[in-house]
Design a protein around this ligand. Sequence first.
Ligand code: UD1
Length: 422
Amino acid sequence: MDRFIIKGGRKLKGAIEISGSKNAALPVLMCTLLTDEPCIINRVPDLRDVRITIKILEELGKKVSYDKGTVTVAHKHKLATAVSHDLVKQMRASFWVAGPLLARFKKAAIPLPGGCAIGVRPVDIHLKGFEKLGAKCATERGNVVIKAKKLSAAKIILSFPSVGATLNLMMCAALIKGTTVLENAAREPEVDDVIKALQSMGASIGMDEHGHIIIEGAGKLSGMNHTVIADRIETGTYLLAAAATRGDVLLKECNPQHNEILLEYLREAGFNIETGESGISISAGAKKIKPVNIKTAPYPGFATDLQAPWMTLMCLCAGAADVSEDIFENRFMHAPELVRMGADIIIDKTAAKITGVKNFTPAAVMASDLRGGAALVIAALCARGASEVERVYHIDRGYERMEEKLVGLGANIRRFNPVSAE
Ligand code: UD1
């Protein structure tokens, strides 16, 4: 298993380009199941989760090629309606095949999803929505089996603005004739990007002034040529890495509007932030880091995916800061590892109390999920001396060429595989 060896203590300096968004690319790739026509998707990051999604599309019957960030998806043979457990267990987003397959073939069988171990993460909101559209859902031998005689457009009120459920239901309703309305839907920029992709396939879909998603289903959708938005979580992670190392960094090809609350909090913490149309610069200066309390919330609130990297920054604040995780119930697995690096964090259920320390101390630590892994990398970049971050495969799920980008900013980081080095 790969690990990162990081010799920390250097301020990050320079400029890097942000990649296409993982969380937009994955559902846009799933949208290709809604048509037999060819689809071209640009700015797709080269990530483990993308490669799993491509394998899922191939297993279902698509012909897929990936070249320099462009994925081309073509019809090969009639699509299957079941996915193997081997693929689904690796990535929770696999469950997004359900909406398109149900819409096209009135049935889908999907093993209960895996992915990051950051909580229970059920799929009840997805299933209740499918039932509203006329499907029957059952669990049989670890598989969710969804079937319908007839699907009909409906009004669906989500009990929570789940990103995954919003996307699954949008994709399904795009092929069901009539008007489907999703109330209390997720408003994340990735949802907007999928709306744009579906529009380019000929779907009539949009968000009204109340945030309801209105879908006028079409019987058939065409292919698409779509370019994925910038990754706001990657953007946020590098901003926080620059901040924690007291660096001076320019992030290019990103969208500052998608990170507004993070930028506001970084300014509050004392960092200088400048934004342009597609760039963000951050510089730390010599001031102390002010404590800022955060609470994760659905967009436009503070992203749960940035909670762990934010915690790393607050470990270095002058004073004490609170972090409240209100989206996932088990998303503090990075905290004990940060404590092993000298941080002072007390966890009480979904609340963390952080008292700032002068710096992290180098250590060997283990990533146990994607964003928690990024938080540990940031801590190691700050600690003076050599740290090791194990289980880099978690980080590879969501950060394209992380070590290369960090080296571009002056970091001393390398990938090491103890087995292949023997
Ligand atoms: C997506 C993102 C993930 C991000 C999360 C919240 C992808 C691939 N993943 O995950 O990075 O952290 O949004 O912004 O885009 N829930 C239920 N029942 C359901 C669905 C969700 O109870 O049927 C709960 C979950 O357990 C969780 C919360 O709702 O506590 C948020 O989940 P959701 O918004 O669905 O996140 P994902 O789509 O899984």
